[in-house]
Design a protein around this ligand. Structure first.
Ligand code: GLC
Length: 543
């Protein structure tokens, strides 16, 4: 499954790639019901991944290489195996132990109906009923899986505990936290019913929370405001955390994972006294579409400028179909919740060409860019994973309607020829090589890092070159300005950031490269022919 010593061993690769920070998904003690986003002990490492000494060693090594380390904090819910939840289960209704979570009596005859109509993000009801002394008792809220009970952020004890967890990791030297479901901790008073559509991804058209087409058709055009996401009360939490970070030396930071639709609402999370960054999902959701990319860049820059915070950019993560695969679909603006063998299979070559073009666009933008492991190898989604190996709770809770997120989480290939492509261990005294926790598709052999490292024109080389230039020209701290060539209606995206200009062809016909321009980076071997930029390509130019 990968572990902390494994990460330590690959930090040199990350430093060579040219990134300056690493965000790790949760490595805490966990039953792994949701890939570690179900934390049973916030202060210990799951034995799967090592121990605290391994963590300290990884952090020391990262800092030695000039890499900062951001850890994942999961404050909206714990695992049902967390000691607090276990205590709550053994305590009566109304007790202090229950009050750390959101327990309620049911509605209807004998309390047989859940307390409200909320649905889980992963499908099915957001409430599970306890059996108490052999009889059905209270219900508890879980916006995600049954094994992820929501904490009660009305309770000061919850604030104290999470602040102490922050300090635990800050004391160990972490540089920051990626705050999971940062928009979810506070719920509207009275937990009112809601007829909206509870998904983390807006604009999605492929999956349904309840797993039936009927529900899908019933989705209203515009959802009423959610009573469990983006409540104003969450900001108080971040103001308190901001002060805690300030007590520490260095430049510690918080980045919000907040699926908030309006950029103006998202900007509130990065006001000067709250978090430092928030993931900008509008850009990720724009797909291969010049007008939507333009709108996302404009609105994100404007919203962040209004609060004086840097913008972020991201194209893929552990919750989304990898962008080379999304961009290889017939409609490259769609946002499927996973892909399986029964679905349309992406055109890998086309998707990769477009992915490299959008990556060049992203890496020229001011602000912070987040890369997802393996995207520097141009890794596609695993689009034919068998149901028998899938692990994402969303797959099970929607009865497979949502294919789930396993396809983007398949371990990356380090070495083309090694067992598990160098991810899983070689044969041990105990037996043959252990297969990776999710099987790798055939295409991973040709994407392997060792092959790409020695191949001119590889995707890995493109990322290394782009990151080196981004750093040399300080593009992250630069200024964005649309160029005269920018014509999104014709599929042309063009802007400058200091001395570097970007020209991306998101359209269908070749586009002239401005006269006198010097191309310093091209998204692929076929990007330029004569003085024309081919469709599905991008270049960085200087004049
Ligand atoms: C966030 C994580 C996702 C997880 C969920 C519940 O969205 O990115 O992977 O399943 O929160 O913690």
């Amino acid at each position: 499954m990968g572990d902390l010593p494994g990460i330590s061993g690959k930090l040199g690769y990350l430093a060579d790639l040219g990134v300056n920070a690493v965000w790790l998904s949760p490595f805490y003690v966990s039953p792994q019901a949701d890939a570690g986003y179900d934390v049973a002990d916030y202060r210990r490492i799951d034995p799967l991944f090592g121990d605290l000494a391994d963590f300290d060693e990884m952090l020391r090594k990262a800092h030695g290489l000039g890499l900062r380390v951001i850890v994942d904090l999961v404050p909206n819910h714990t695992s049902d195996e967390h000691v607090w939840f276990q205590e709550a289960l053994g305590s009566p209704a109304g007790s202090a132990a229950r009050n750390r979570y959101i327990f309620r009596d049911g509605n209807g005859v004998n309390g047989n109906e859940p307390p409200n109509n909320w649905r889980s993000i992963f499908g099915g009801k957001a409430w599970t009923r306890l059996m108490e002394n052999g009889v059905p008792g209270q219900w508890y809220l879980h916006l995600f899986d049954t094994k992820q009970p929501d904490l009660n952020w009305e309770n000061p004890e919850v604030h104290d505990e999470m602040e102490s967890v922050l300090r635990f990791w800050l004391d160990r030297g972490v540089d920051g936290f990626r705050v999971d479901v940062a928009h979810g901790m506070v719920k509207a008073a009275g937990l009112p019913d809601w007829d909206g559509h509870s998904t983390m991804v807006s604009g999605d058209e492929s999956g349904t929370e309840a797993g039936t087409d009927q529900d899908h058709q019933q989705k209203p055009a515009i959802d009423p405001p959610s009573p469990f996401f983006d409540q104003d009360g969450v900001h108080e939490i971040y103001r308190a955390w901001n002060l805690i970070l300030k007590e520490y030396d260095g430049d510690r930071m918080l980045v919000a994972e907040a699926w908030v639709e309006q950029p103006e609402r998202l900007a509130l999370y990065v006001r000067p006294d709250e978090m430092q960054q928030a993931f900008n999902f509008e850009f990720l959701l724009a797909g291969w579409d010049a007008e939507r990319i333009t709108a996302a860049v404009d609105s994100s820059l404007a919203a962040n400028a209004s609060v004086g915070a840097p913008t972020t950019w991201v194209l893929s993560n552990h919750d989304t179909v990898r962008h080379p695969s999304r961009f290889g679909l017939t409609d490259p603006t769609t946002f499927p919740k996973g892909i399986s063998a029964e679905d349309e299979q992406p055109n890998e070559a086309l998707g990769l060409a477009r992915a490299c073009a959008v990556t060049l666009l992203m890496l020229a933008l001011p602000g912070s860019a987040y890369l997802y492991q393996g995207e520097e190898l141009g890794l596609p989604e695993h689009t034919t994973l068998d149901a028998s190996v899938r692990q994402d709770p969303a797959f099970f809770r929607t009865h497979g309607v949502e294919r789930g997120r396993d396809g983007c989480r398949v371990p990356l290939p380090w070495e083309a020829a090694a067992p598990g492509h160098g991810f899983s261990s070689a044969a041990t005294v105990d037996g043959p090589a252990a297969p990776p926790w999710l099987p790798q598709p055939e295409s991973f052999a040709r994407c392997a890092a060792d092959v790409q490292s020695r191949t001119t024109g590889s995707t890995l080389e493109l990322y290394r070159n782009a990151l080196a230039l981004r750093s040399a020209h300080r593009l992250g701290a630069g200024t964005h300005e649309w160029s005269p060539e920018h014509q999104p209606k014709s599929g042309i995206v063009a802007f400058s950031n200091g001395a570097i200009s970007v020209l991306a062809n998101v359209g269908r016909i070749p586009v002239a490269i401005p006269e006198g321009a010097r191309v310093i980076l091209a998204s692929g071997p076929d990007a330029i022919s004569n003085t024309m930029l081919a469709p599905n390509s991008a270049v960085w130019i200087t004049t």
